[in-house]
Design a protein around this ligand. Structure first.
Ligand SMILES: Nc1ncnc2c1ncn2[C@@H]1O[C@H](COP(=O)(O)OP(=O)(O)OP(=O)(O)O)[C@@H](O)[C@H]1O
Ligand SMILES: [Mg+2]
Length: 153
């Protein structure tokens, strides 16, 4: 019995710690460098939710991911376009201004989730019902003017 509960404790622990990493960023450049390395862990078609308050550094993170994927084009905030398509390899969303799920559906935002490119989504809570069942998550928390804590899971 001791062995069984040990095994369960171990697997629960590994479940919660699965691929989770925490990084302290001290600058915009740190965040980009971390995101660039993180990009190498991503696979075709991965959908990554970028969580964090306004000005946390989600778009800065997206710039680093693009670099890590070998995309030369400059990544800018897709606020007005809702989604920027980088050569079908990266789809970068900003759903801040999405007003309803119906609007998101009409814009066809869910169509890109299974096209093989990596999807990075800012303000994904505004399109929650459209998200695929399996997603990755990156949380960025502001700690000070230039310090951020970045949690990937
Ligand atoms: N360690 C850091 N990592 C990332 N950005 C930082 C850091 N320190 C300061 N900054 C600054 O914080 C701001 C982050 O802006 P960014 O546009 O990436 O935020 P965002 O999370 O995308 O916000 P929004 O929700 O408005 O789109 C930039 O001005 C950047 O220079
Ligand atoms: Mg942004």
């Amino acid at each position: 019995m001791g062995n069984v509960s040990q095994t369960i404790a171990k697997s629960v622990n590994s479940y919660y710690n699965r691929d989770m990493a925490e990084f302290i960023s001290k600058s915009r450049e740190d965040t980009k460098a971390f995101a660039c390395a993180y990009a190498k862990t991503l696979k075709r078609g991965d959908v990554v939710l970028l969580d964090g308050d306004m000005g946390a550094g989600k778009t800065v993170f997206a710039k680093g991911v693009a670099k890590g994927l070998g995309i030369d084009e400059e990544v800018t905030s897709p606020t007005y376009a809702y989604m920027n398509d980088y050569d079908g390899r990266l789809f970068h969303y900003d759903c801040y201004r999405i007003e309803s799920v119906e609007q998101a559906e009409q814009l066809g935002l869910a169509d890109y989730f299974d096209m093989g490119g990596i999807c990075l989504i800012e303000w994904s809570q505004n399109i929650a019902p459209l998200l695929p069942p399996v997603v990755k998550r990156v949380r960025i928390q502001k700690r000070g003017e230039n310090e951020r804590i970045i949690i990937t899971e």
